[in-house]
Design a protein around this ligand. Structure first.
Ligand SMILES: NC(=O)c1ccc[n+]([C@@H]2O[C@H](COP(=O)([O-])OP(=O)(O)OC[C@H]3O[C@@H](n4cnc5c(N)ncnc54)[C@H](OP(=O)(O)O)[C@@H]3O)[C@@H](O)[C@H]2O)c1
Length: 279
């Protein structure tokens, strides 16, 4: 896929995996808009993009917003889609993680994690998907986690929110497919980012031991897998060998149900005189 001149929105594009993905897209000539809360990080990321631009026509934008807030999400998406910048790709990488023993995690942590990780993914998608559906093209990339398909000790709050992202993405994929819009869900393992550093300060020892000697990826490894996944129209994107193996063992059969549902959906549309799919 040629990313040159494509309009990309990356939520959480000021840090870690989101920033690494945004930078790789900058290096491939895309117009990149990032959304996150802290202005200083947004500014620093924009300066990095400027230094790596490959075309003087590339447009970089940054908008500060808390994406767990519907009003702020609407303002942010409106700000980065003005002047005909209809997004070709939306990457929902904004997220937080707060591990801990279930009995010690306050209700507020569960609510906040769901607000940021799930609603912070839903809101931009709700705003951008209709534009892509009308144009019959686009890619939406949602970030779940290995803890979003496997129950991992210490992640009652994070796992619930990341399972929600996965459930949402599964359904969204089959609803948007007939419109030629590709949905992708990413399940990264531990990756060397500020989020992981923060988690490591508070992780229960059991969580630490489960992670054990598993290889910690670099944000660029995940970014590379995301870009390859978009290019190959892969719904499930799993960076790293060990996580792929875990997914196959726990979810191997799921590809069959996707294939079966797609057939039923196409046939139902045909019966109503609609094209089975636009692509
Ligand atoms: N690192 C890992 O080991 C790992 C593993 C699996 C999955 N993931 C997932 O991968 C994604 C990226 O994580 P990362 O490790 O790269 O994290 P990170 O370095 O902490 O970056 C998170 C980004 O999200 C933004 N953000 C957080 N809360 C936000 C909010 N309420 N509204 C708008 N933006 C917000 C942050 O900026 P502000 O704080 O300034 O808003 C930052 O840009 C997340 O969804 C994470 O859960 C990470």
């Amino acid at each position: 896929m040629d990313f040159h001149g494509k309009n990309v929105i990356v939520t959480g594009g000021s840090s870690g995996i989101g920033k690494a993905t945004a930078r790789m897209l900058v290096q491939r000539g895309a117009n990149v808009a990032i959304i996150a809360r802290r202005q200083a990080l947004l500014d620093a990321a924009l300066a990095e993009f400027e230094a790596e631009r490959v075309d003087s026509a590339q447009i970089f934008q940054a908008h500060s917003a808390d994406l767990s807030d519907w009003e702020q999400a609407q303002a942010a998406i409106a700000a980065v889609t003005v002047e005909g910048h209809t997004p070709d790709i939306l990457i929902n990488a904004a997220g937080i993680a707060h591990p801990g023993y279930f009995e010690e995690l306050p209700i507020e942590v569960f609510r906040r994690t769901m607000d940021v990780d799930f609603f912070g993914t839903l809101y931009p998608t709700k705003l951008v998907a209709p534009m892509m559906m009308a144009r019959h093209s686009g890619h939406i990339v949602n970030f779940s986690s290995v803890a979003g398909f496997l129950g991992v000790f210490g992640y009652t709050a994070y796992g619930a929110a990341k399972f929600a992202v996965r459930g949402f993405s599964d359904v969204l994929r089959s609803e948007l497919k007939p419109y030629g819009v590709h949905v992708h869900v990413v399940f990264p393992p531990d990756t060397d980012t500020p989020q992981l550093h923060e988690e490591n300060k508070i992780k229960p020892p059991e969580t630490r031991e489960i992670a054990g000697n598993a290889r910690v990826l670099q944000p660029e490894d995940v970014a590379q897998a995301v870009i390859r996944g978009i290019e190959r129209h892969k719904y499930i994107i799993i960076p790293g060998f060990e996580s792929k193996l875990y997914f196959l063992l726990t979810n191997g059969i799921i590809a069959f149900s996707r294939w079966y549902f797609d057939r039923v959906i196409a046939s139902s549309r045909k019966k109503r005189g609609l094209p089975p799919a636009y692509k």
